[in-house]
Design a protein around this ligand. Structure first.
Ligand code: 6PG
Length: 240
């Protein structure tokens, strides 16, 4: 069964999610920790907590590889860049070696960026790539990463990466697919705010029309962890 952690507010969600990430990361003190980051606004506080005392001392940054679940097809300094958000809230503050930061190169255009990211995944993680921990968000429309409702059924099976279009800002995107998401050892999904309440109810009831309902770790449901604030969880006791 998946885990649903409900915290009273955004601060508490970030605290609990950061503690969870540190716990998982601690398993890789003597090996390589492949961590995939979400974009959007929700994880900023989480990333800031990972980059501050006490957690900054606890994570094995030197053997951590940073990946992304998705990226807007923009340059690394664009305000819409998920890489820029992670750089400012986390990567500038922690000692992850530059060669271990696997940015999706949106400035190359969607197809070239996707192709290079796919190559980098296969070169580093093998032909069946998976992350040790994949952090995801959820849009009010039920998208996760950049897998949007209007086309998630068309994503090619067996492909770890795809090009999509949509979201806010409505631009081309490079996204990991459910093939890669569901192969991950652990998945943490964050959602906060009352605008996520209705979609979280639908996701946790398994509504198949919602992309994020298809986050189904092949290693078992116990590898899936939701971190919600009380607003995003407000409809869950009503049959969610
Ligand atoms: C993106 C994100 C996306 C995000 C959700 C939630 O590139 O937009 O990766 O999947 O997690 O849209 O965004 P908020 O956290 O801003 O609500």
């Amino acid at each position: 069964m998946h885990e649903v952690v409900v915290a009273k507010d955004r601060e508490a969600v970030a605290e609990l999610a950061a503690g969870f990430i540190a716990k998982i990361a601690g398993r890789y003190e003597d090996s390589t920790f492949n961590l995939s980051l979400s974009g959007g606004r929700t994880p900023v506080l989480l990333y800031e907590k990972l980059a501050a005392e006490p957690l900054i001392e606890e994570l094995p940054w030197k053997n951590t590889h940073i990946w992304w679940g998705d990226e807007r097809v923009v340059g690394p300094d664009d305000p819409a860049s998920n890489y820029r958000m992670a750089r400012e809230s986390l990567l500038e503050r922690v000692p992850v070696p530059d060669g271990q930061i696997h940015r999706i190169r949106g400035e190359l255009g969607a197809e070239e960026a996707a192709s290079r990211y796919r190559d980098e995944l296969l070169q580093n993680l093998g032909t069946q790539p998976r992350f040790n921990l994949c952090v995801l968000g959820v849009g009010a429309d039920g998208h996760t990463a950049s897998i949007f409702p209007e086309h998630f059924k068309k994503l090619k099976i067996g492909e770890p990466v795809a090009v999509t279009y949509g979201g806010v800002p409505e631009v081309e995107r490079v996204t990991i697919t459910f093939d890669l998401i569901n192969a991950c050892d652990q998945i943490a999904v964050l959602a906060q705010g009352k605008d996520k309440a209705e979609i979280m109810q639908r996701i946790l009831m398994g509504d198949p029309t919602v992309p994020a309902s298809h986050i189904e770790p092949i290693g078992g449901e116990e590898r899936l962890h939701f971190f919600l604030d009380s607003e995003a969880a407000s409809l869950l006791d009503k049959g969610g």
